[in-house]
Design a protein around this ligand. Structure first.
Ligand code: GAP
Length: 467
């Protein structure tokens, strides 16, 4: 197919990375993420996902599910309840251990994480050992449990306390036996789950990075004791590849970081984080943990029912070991947006000033809108022709129809939300049944028959590689 326009791709220069302010502003402006209950002034550390944000989040979740459940014939899915029997959290160790050391200001009552205090004092330039907000006296550090509690049933006494789950993993452990008994899985096998988790976090700055309500994508892989180290290495490699190849995150912004003895969670024998280089530094995106038989043994003990696995090969029973991959879905949304964000100078405007476009180089698999259909003008039947095409494409792709304003401005609006393909319907489309297909990343345009455009887009999505 003849290329009709090699659009200024060689003039792309002067790239800027994403700052948190720019991401927050884009998210609000274009409907990715809003402050929660904003009309009441918002609620700290909670956010709502708007029309584009919910699509992006769902696409990341679908990509993860496809990778973990569809591509592995030994991984099955689960959707456990958020509210679980309170003994679950005693067995898991969360009641006893899931806490942060906090200090309170005796004067203004502000609460700080003891391990973050020095950093905050340095940031604000305040003296060590006093409240960074008001200079007041601080209490000694006290352990503060991160689980939210509520009451179930008609009487709100201590016997009715239940917790909002702080991780989805425990829903998987308590269903281990159900899954073994009702499906044909054999060790090694995995159970995958996506869902909400809740933590009463004190340090919640940085937008959707750390919030009180968030979503996790977790997979517990059950293995024979003695094989866990090999399995751990396999999952480490697979998970890193997923971020790079399926989510299109830049390799140089990802790395592994091993947990030292002080950081290891109470259940973990070895743990590595996959970290991303956020504008505020390297921080966790996913945790990969070797959890031994800790969880299944503890649930067996607390429920008074031994949980084990009968090996069909040698008829021996054992408590499986667990490799866990635990990704933040809402944190992955942030990473996808930050990594994709670029401001590119693509020439000069008519006054000689740099012409800058903002573009999200999202992997097409996760882009909220895949294809925009744009009639060059509304009149002369072009709008109707474009609407017909958009309706056909809707069956296969998330589409958007836009007929208002100059075509260049419409392209820019699509670039800003990461739409990888724009189809323009013009007068030639009427005569010759051809359209222009524009590619977001290169801004290149090609002409092709209207009835070939869906196949071409499918191929482009399948072969996409982030440049
Ligand atoms: N089941 C193991 C577990 O929950 P974690 O390292 O505490 O491990 C796993 O959490 C992932 O969940 C993190 O890597 C992060 O992506 C996400 N996550 C944890 N706390 C979060 C929070 N307060 N807000 C947003 N995402 C969070």
């Amino acid at each position: 197919m003849a290329k009709v326009k090699k659009a200024k791709a060689n003039t792309i220069s002067n790239e800027h990375g994403a700052s948190m302010d720019k991401i927050v502003s884009l998210c609000k402006r274009r409907g990715f993420v809003y402050p929660s209950s904003e009309i009441y002034g918002g609620l700290s550390a909670t956010w709502d996902y708007g029309p584009l944000g919910v699509e992006l989040k769902k696409n990341i979740q679908d990509a993860w599910w496809k990778e973990m459940v569809r591509r592995h014939d030994n991984i099955v899915g689960l959707d456990a309840a958020i509210m679980m029997h309170p003994r679950t959290w005693e067995a898991s160790g969360h009641v006893e251990n899931f806490s942060d050391p906090l200090v309170d200001c005796k004067k203004c009552k502000t609460r700080f994480r003891a391990d973050h205090l020095e950093e905050i004092q340095a940031e604000k330039g305040t003296e060590k050992g006093v409240c960074p907000e008001c200079g007041g006296e601080l209490t000694e550090p006290r352990q503060f449990n991160l689980m939210f509690t509520t009451h179930m049933g008609p009487v709100a006494d201590s016997g009715s306390v239940i917790y909002l789950r702080p991780e989805t993993a425990q829903g998987i452990f308590v269903n281990f036996k159900n899954v073994v008994d009702t499906s044909r899985v054999q060790i090694p096998f995995g159970i995958a789950q996506v869902g909400k988790a809740f933590r009463n976090e004190i340090t919640t700055k940085n937008f959707i990075f750390r919030t009180c309500e968030f979503e996790q994508m977790e997979m517990q892989y059950f293995v024979k004791p003695g094989t866990e180290d090999v399995s751990f290495e396999e999952w480490k490699a697979k998970r890193m590849t997923w971020y790079q190849e399926r989510l299109g995150i830049k390799s140089e912004r990802l790395r592994f970081a091993e947990h030292g003895p002080q950081e290891l969670a109470h259940y973990a024998k070895v743990a590595f984080d996959i970290e991303y280089e956020y504008p505020f530094g390297w921080q966790e995106l996913e945790g990969i943990h070797s959890r031994t038989d800790y969880d299944l043994s503890r649930h067996g003990e607390f429920a008074g029912k031994e949980i084990n696995y009968l090996d069909p090969e040698d008829n021996n029973r054992y408590v499986p070991y667990v490799i866990e991959t635990s990704s933040g879905l809402t944190r992955s949304v942030l990473v996808a947006l930050m990594d994709a964000y670029h401001e590119e100078t693509i020439g000069e405007d008519k006054n000689g000033n740099p012409d800058i476009r903002t573009v999200l180089h999202l992997h097409p698999d996760i882009a909220p809108v895949k294809v925009a259909v744009l009639p060059l003008v509304k009149k002369d039947g072009l709008a109707e022709l474009a609407q017909g095409l958009e309706k056909d494409l809707r069956e296969d792709f998330a589409t958007f129809y836009d007929q208002g304003g100059a075509i260049g401005r419409r392209y820019r609006r699509m670039d800003e939300i990461g739409t990888p393909f724009c189809i323009t319907v013009d007068y030639e489309s009427k005569e010759e049944k051809t359209v222009t297909l524009r590619f977001r990343d290169s801004m290149e345009q090609i002409r092709l028959p209207m009835n070939e455009v869906a196949d071409r887009i499918r191929k482009e999505i399948r072969d996409y590689k982030r440049s």
